[in-house]
Design a protein around this ligand. Structure first.
Ligand code: FES
Length: 168
């Protein structure tokens, strides 16, 4: 890994390297930037991105093994750093969720495939965080903020919780 930019801090891990990076400029293409950062010319790329919100998550795999991943956000990135740092060398197709599947409560049937967010996770967030809009769900869980195809289902879940509350 060859970090450069306004700020970076690099640490050795048993599996490789872990870095925190920060900068004031947004690159044209995060996947190209990540490829250059990791020096991975020919690895398979996996990515999700929401340029409007400045979010990008990019991972590189080869022969079913994770080589590297980059998580980008305008705010401090909300991911499980220790878990992620242990994943290189493993088969980690869910790496872009940024969290350990074992540490998550049962997420329930998938609603947002882009960010791997299930119905239970969404309903819990609506109830515990008082979320009132599809945008608020996106801000909290990222669900609905990439391709947008799950947004009608998010709206329906909001509607169902609001109807339930009105009936109580
Ligand atoms: S399925 Fe693409 S944003 Fe939810």
């Amino acid at each position: 890994m060859t970090p450069h930019g306004d700020y970076w801090a690099l640490a050795r891990t048993p599996q490789g390297w872990r870095a925190e990076l920060a900068g004031a400029k947004t690159p044209q293409d995060w996947a190209d930037t990540a490829r250059a950062l990791f020096g991975l010319e020919d690895a398979e790329v996996q990515q999700i991105a929401d340029p409007a919100r400045g979010i990008a998550r990019i991972a590189f795999h080869r022969d079913g093994q994770l080589l590297a991943a980059l998580f980008v956000s305008p705010r401090p990135v909300a991911v499980m750093r220790d878990y992620l740092a242990a994943q290189p060398g493993q088969n980690a197709p869910q790496i872009l969720t940024g969290t350990s599947p074992a540490d998550q409560p049962d997420p329930g049937p998938m609603v947002c495939a882009c960010f791997n967010v299930g119905v239970n996770t969404i309903l819990t967030a609506i109830e515990t965080q008082g979320l009132l809009s599809v945008e608020a769900i996106g801000a909290s869980l990222e669900a609905g903020t990439n391709c947008g195809s799950c947004r009608p289902e998010l709206a329906a879940l909001l509607q169902s919780t609001q109807t339930k509350e009105a009936a109580e």
